[in-house]
Write a protein that binds this ligand. Structure first.
Ligand code: C2E
Ligand code: CA
Ligand code: CA
Length: 683
């Protein structure tokens, strides 16, 4: 029942409670003008929200109107009185029904109204609209209060309660059979898509919608107990305010850094685009050297560079721009012709950014174009292709535009299959470890070996090089687990075969840069060695030159603790990184592994200078008291040259390729046999 109460002693000239309506209208009008002015996302929920706002305003105006006509019921025709009440009732149920549609749209990214599964839930609303037209309503007026009651008002209450229940069920009744039908949604509000997952909206969002509704319910209860206070309009405006602040505030989607829309907006728009368009293009402007700018010019300049690119894009298109990745601005375009025009214009760009201190930067960028649905048919595929294109740079100076075409999709699929295989093998601990014997020039036999991980797919992919899958494991955060598996296999093999009895002094194990800085690595390696009773001095850990310069204090701490246990260290791939010589003194290594790129040029036609470099490197390392391993020794000539220059250890195909455990044992047996024969020959 709706109650309109007139204050005593006021002779009915003012209606108590009208201040609430006036305040509510002011709040909603301010909110609406703010909402209209700011850049919104072109999504279904925003359209519904605009509609809720409009209905909310109509509802409160109708509320005021209804109070007014009741006050003057004697002088106003009854049809008019009824009319105002009908507008009030219809707009109130429309607000509630729209909130129901709104919740549906943010949960499913679909139009709930038209969805077949949910259409039956629109019927009560449509029916109620009809009933408001015909149901009777009665009015009560005396000198204290005016109110209306009767079937029409009861109908409004029933509908409001029904849709509030439906909203709650939608938010929290996921497991419920009734709502199971709607579980095609896979988006959570943070914008992350997890394949096959049934997550819908973040807890935070559910919480804020529920809060809005709870306020509504509380106000309704309060009003029914205190009929002299008219709070229905406060309820409507509070609910709208809740949604606005938590979900629809356009500022939530602004990226202050680049003055474009932010990543969250982008994640919301991808499914929205898939839902609403048959065909569209995702065009990404990738600024290739953006990562260097913070170091050179500071973060403030990086922000300005992004804004500068954003401005340039704005000059050639009206499309909304999203800051989709750190160094990427993305737009959606529906029309193929517009895409061609846009690409033509932007490939003519001469981007020159004038930064602080008048520094002029000529920015390198490229453009990635993905056509939906031809080359990416689902939301997940759009993300996969974008990820792949972002991490596999294919543009050249001459060709700045990269299209996702059949060839690229093939490579992406291969990449994803490898990724899936790595994940599977890590779960099953199915990797194999091969051993490449290392020849000691002093002992004239194999005294050590490098453990190298191997991945083979028995079905389709065949052998996959570690150069390909190690970076994937690093990107996917799986490298630590992979490292653990390799280390466990090495320790198991060493202790089972008692490798030291074959004259093996140590095994070299590669430590990725991520492992090297991990706080738990020392404990993990120590426990593994203890479990298999492998002495730490039997393990030599290889850390690449680049990792050793970038590893920082954590790596030094780990290295020192492992060294205290008895482990030794080699600097891997010397000559390929920045060759930070000062670092060589700061971080102690027992051994340096010369990369093949230092060795091979010495044996090319004009190898004199390369030889000078190699010779001086060898002398310098020796004078620093470290031993040298030369990698990639492929010919007898190379081996002899290196022996002559005093290199301590040789590793390469000339001696042996990396081999499986069994073959490695055979090599060691042969090794020992040869040594014994040599001893016999000497007598
Ligand atoms: P790396 O540590 O520099 O390993 C030496 C690489 O050179 C191995 O490639 C080896 O097979 C190859 N090689 C050895 N001798 C010769 C030669 O005479 N000629 C030529 N052309 N190549 C030779 P592989 O096994 O493909 O491994 C590639 C890289 O993958 C390794 O380079 C290492 O960085 C990484 N890797 C391999 N196993 C592991 C591992 O268990 N953990 C980690 N973190 N990285 C690993
Ligand atoms: Ca290595
Ligand atoms: Ca190496």
């Amino acid at each position: 029942m709706l109650n309109f109460t007139l204050p005593e002693a006021m002779g009915g000239s003012r209606v108590k409670g009208i201040e609430f309506q006036i305040t509510s209208i002011i709040v909603l009008v301010i909110l609406a003008s703010n909402y209209v002015r700011n850049r919104k996302l072109p999504r279904m929920s925003s359209k519904i929200f605009s509609f809720i706002l409009a209905c909310g305003i109509v509802n409160i105006v109708a509320d005021v109107g209804a109070v007014y006509v009741l006050r003057h019921i004697e002088s106003i025709p009854l049809v008019k009185v009824r009319g105002w009440h009908q507008i009030f009732a219809a707009s109130l149920i429309t607000v509630v029904f729209s909130v129901y549609l709104y919740v549906g749209s943010i949960m499913d990214m679909r139009s709930h109204f038209w969805s077949k599964a949910n259409f039956s839930k629109n019927i009560p609303y449509i029916l109620a609209l009809g009933l408001i037209g015909i149901l009777p309503i009665y009015y009560y007026t005396d000198s204290y209060s005016v109110y209306s009651y009767g079937p029409m008002i009861q109908c409004v209450y029933v509908i409001v309660i029904l849709y509030i229940v439906l909203i709650f069920m939608m938010l929290f009744g996921r497991g419920n059979k009734f709502f199971k039908k709607m579980s095609w949604l896979k988006l959570d509000e943070c914008g992350k898509f997890k394949k096959g997952e049934d997550t819908a909206v973040s807890k935070e969002t559910k919480w804020s919608i529920s809060c809005g509704i709870m306020v509504w319910i509380m106000i309704a209860i309060y009003q029914s107990m205190n009929p002299s206070n008219l709070l229905s309009s406060v309820g409507v405006s509070m609910m709208i305010l809740f949604i606005y602040l938590s979900l629809e505030n356009p500022k939530e989607f602004l990226d202050v850094e680049s003055n474009t829309l932010n990543r969250r907006a982008f994640h919301i728009m991808v499914p929205e685009m898939v839902r609403s368009s048959k065909n569209f293009y995702v065009i990404s402007y990738v600024i290739d050297d953006l990562n260097y700018i913070p170091n050179l010019l500071g973060y403030e300049e990086t922000r300005k560079v992004l804004a500068y690119i954003g401005e340039n894009i704005k000059h050639i298109t009206n499309a909304r721009i999203y800051h989709s990745r750190t160094n990427t601005l993305t737009i959606f375009i529906k029309n193929k012709k517009n895409v061609e025009e846009l690409i033509k214009k932007s490939s003519e760009w001469k981007l020159e950014y004038i930064g602080a201190n008048n520094i002029s930067l000529s920015l390198k960028y490229h453009i990635n174009v993905i056509e939906y649905p031809t080359y990416a048919g689902t939301i997940d595929e759009i993300y996969d292709v974008m990820d792949y294109m972002a991490t596999h740079f294919d543009a050249t100076d001459e060709n700045k535009i990269v299209y996702a075409d059949e060839e690229l999709i093939k490579r992406k699929n291969h990449y994803l299959s490898v990724q899936a295989l790595v994940e599977k093998e890590i779960k099953n601990k199915d990797f194999e470890v091969y051993y490449q014997p290392i020849y000691s020039t002093k002992a004239k036999k194999f005294t050590s070996a490098e453990a190298l991980v191997r991945l083979r797919d028995k079905e389709t992919l065949g052998y996959i090089s570690p150069e390909i899958f190690i970076p994937i494991a690093e990107q996917k955060g799986l490298i630590k687990e992979l490292g653990n598996i390799v280390f466990e296999k090495v320790c198991t093999f060493a202790s089972q075969k008692k490798l030291w009895e074959y004259g093996v002094e140590y095994i070299e194990v590669n430590l990725s840069s991520i492992e090297a800085i991990d706080k738990r690595i020392v404990t993990q390696l120590r426990e593994c060695m203890e479990k298999h009773q492998v002495k730490p001095k039997f393990i030599n850990l290889e850390i690449t030159e680049t990792a050793s310069t970038e590893g920082g204090d954590m790596m030094h701490i780990n290295m020192n603790q492992l060294r205290e246990l008895g482990c030794h260290f080699s600097m891997d791939d010397f000559g390929t990184g920045y060759s930070n010589l000062a670092q060589m003194i700061k971080v102690r290594f027992e051994m340096i592994k010369l990369d093949k790129s230092l060795l091979w040029p010495c044996f090319e036609e004009d190898g004199t200078e390369a030889k000078v470099l190699l010779e001086n490197c060898i002398n310098m390392i020796h004078q620093l008291g470290m031993k040298i391993v030369a990698e990639g020794v492929e010919t007898q000539e190379q081996a002899e040259c290196l022996i002559e220059k005093g290199v301590n250890y040789l590793q390469g195909y000339y001696f042996s390729k990396p081999v499986c455990e069994e073959d490695y044992i055979n090599i060691l047996l042969q090794n020992e046999f040869n040594r014994k024969m040599m001893v016999i020959k000497q007598y």
